[in-house]
Design a protein around this ligand. Structure first.
Ligand code: AMP
Length: 188
């Protein structure tokens, strides 16, 4: 017989619990009705931040050549994972932020649209890429990122997020892709 304290068969729940305990809900940010999942307490906790980075890196070690991080918090987790793996990092930025020649893709938001960009020489083709962001919400940004990278002849191996808002069904936008989240909020 196992009990909750001695059962070590499930490796993920403790890390999910740790992430959950280091998130802060900010109601009505950036607009009324949105509950913003603030990861700054997680980032400020060295062991917790390190555990998240190591978990992602260990899952993808040897299977990716580059990390692509989505602006802005995807830069923080993505760069740390890239460093842990000893591989390069590619920033996926909002329109107009990158200094060099870019290629971009526009996608629909709940209201209006957005454009994300990469430097047009970010990939030579065939690189195996891990996409990282902090929160998977509607999935539009992650899906557009995959489209942008694949349009540049990179191979998207997986999408990793720290938090997933399951009630927004973002995962359905990434169907058929290897998608992993450390802490899933809500769901059916
Ligand atoms: P998505 O709706 O999946 O395209 O999310 C768009 C971007 O906004 C992602 O990069 C997330 O980091 C961020 N985002 C969306 N909703 C939230 C939320 N409730 N809390 C924190 N970040 C969010």
């Amino acid at each position: 017989m196992t009990d909750a304290l001695t059962d070590t068969s499930t490796a993920e729940p403790p890390l999910a619990d740790l992430v959950a305990s280091r998130l802060r809900d900010i109601p009505d940010f950036p607009e009324p009705g949105v509950v913003f999942k603030d990861v700054t307490p997680l980032l400020a906790d060295g062991p917790a931040f390190s555990a998240v980075v190591r978990d992602i890196a260990d899952r993808r070690r040897g299977s990716v050549d580059l990390v692509a991080g989505i602006e802005a918090r995807g830069f923080i987790f993505g760069a740390a994972v890239a460093h842990e793996l000893g591989i390069g990092f590619v920033p996926v930025r909002k329109a107009g932020k990158l200094p060099g020649r870019t290629r971009g893709v526009s996608y629909d938001l709940e209201y209006g649209s957005a454009t994300i960009e990469i430097h047009e020489d970010s990939f030579v083709g065939g690189e195996r890429v891990l996409v990282i962001d902090d929160v998977l919400a509607t999935g539009g940004t992650a899906a557009a990122t995959c489209e942008l990278l694949e349009g540049s002849d990179a191979e998207v191996v997986a999408v990793e997020t720290v938090v997933e808002l399951a009630f927004l069904h973002g995962r359905s936008r990434l169907e058929g892709r290897d998608t992993h989240t450390l802490y899933v909020v809500g769901g059916d």
